[in-house]
Write a protein that binds this ligand. Structure first.
Ligand code: SF4
Length: 308
């Protein structure tokens, strides 16, 4: 499979079958916490061909016709999926052919000022826009957007989308220690979000190896206190790990997993037993490696190196 990945267990989306419409990172942002690393950004007013829509449709049909199961079909992957020229066609295809499965779009929100994008993803059940900055200054530090992007255009686009969308919006706030977890940004974000028709405010943390090594999540107590300030809609969806060792541990564990998978396919349970790590730690590393398209999950529960 080239464009589908998973299904992977997701804290919020249950069993999530991902669609990645791009071969390589294609995004309007270059977030300091991005697990895909740095790549030249693109403007938010363009649409990109990416993979052919027929390929994705065939892969989806093959997956479900051969007994595949998922709770959600999720647009995500290597960048900003709403830049994909065919996302509207695929949203319609999914709703017409797999109406029993929910459709989610994970977006950085930068294209929502566009009529065509709002209309294309308007039939999704859930849209998860990133809303982590409440000012131009923090927006630029955190997301390092394309030079044509402005905070005003980005936030107004999200507001416009929210006004007419009938599905659920789960705002994702990615918290980075010392960057956007200060009182001013939290208060301004809280004021911004409280007037929006949002179902959840999801606090996420940069637990996977980020683009910049100096990026860390805030301490647990700080995240919990921020969640209280956001009120009842707030959920902490990021995983807490040791502040100083979390990146090194994940990198080491991923390397050890790859060493085993380079010799043979293995299950999560087998990796957990072989490496003496908890199933949660193994799942975190496996998800990161699947997201990066380094490994692929097989239908029998095994994982193998991609292109092996
Ligand atoms: S984290 Fe997401 S929005 Fe940010 S640069 Fe990476 S792919 Fe783009």
């Amino acid at each position: 499979m080239k464009t589908l990945y998973g299904p992977v267990p997701s804290r919020r989306l249950g069993l999530s079958l991902g669609i990645d419409p791009f071969e390589r990172k294609t995004c309007t942002h270059n977030c300091i916490y991005c697990q895909l690393g740095y790549a030249p950004s693109v403007a938010s007013d363009i649409s990109i061909d990416g993979v052919s829509p027929e390929t994705v449709e065939e892969e989806l049909a093959d997956f479900f016709n051969s007994g595949g199961k998922a709770d959600y079909i999720t647009f995500s992957g290597s960048g900003e999926p709403t830049l994909w020229k065919h996302i509207g066609r695929l949203c319609k295809f999914i709703k017409e052919n797999f109406s029993h499965i929910k459709l989610a779009v994970i977006t950085n929100g930068t294209t929502l000022w566009r009529d065509d994008v709002r209309s294309a993803i308007g039939i999704a059940d859930v849209v998860v826009p990133t809303i982590s900055a409440a000012s131009e200054k923090i927006y630029k530090i955190l997301h390092r957007p394309n030079k044509n992007a402005t905070f005003e255009q980005y936030i107004q686009g999200i507001l416009k989308f929210a006004q007419n969308y009938s599905g659920e919006i789960w705002a994702e706030v990615m918290l980075v220690d010392g960057v956007n977890d200060g009182d001013d940004n939290v208060l301004e974000l809280s004021n911004l979000l409280k007037d929006m028709p949002i179902k959840y405010i999801d606090l996420n943390l940069p637990v996977r190896p980020p683009a910049e090594k100096w990026v860390h999540p805030p301490q647990k107590a700080k995240v919990e206190s921020i969640c209280k300030k956001f009120g009842k809609k707030c959920r902490i969806v990021g995983k807490f790990t040791s502040h100083s060792h979390y990146v090194a541990n994940i990198v080491d564990l991923s390397e050890n997993i790859l060493k085993i998978l380079s010799r043979r396919p293995e299950t999560a349970e087998g990796l957990s037993a072989a490496l003496g790590k908890s199933s949660e730690e193994i799942a975190l590393s496996l998800n990161a490696l699947v997201d990066k398209k380094i490994i692929i999950p097989l239908e029998n529960g095994y994982f193998k190196i991609r292109n092996e």
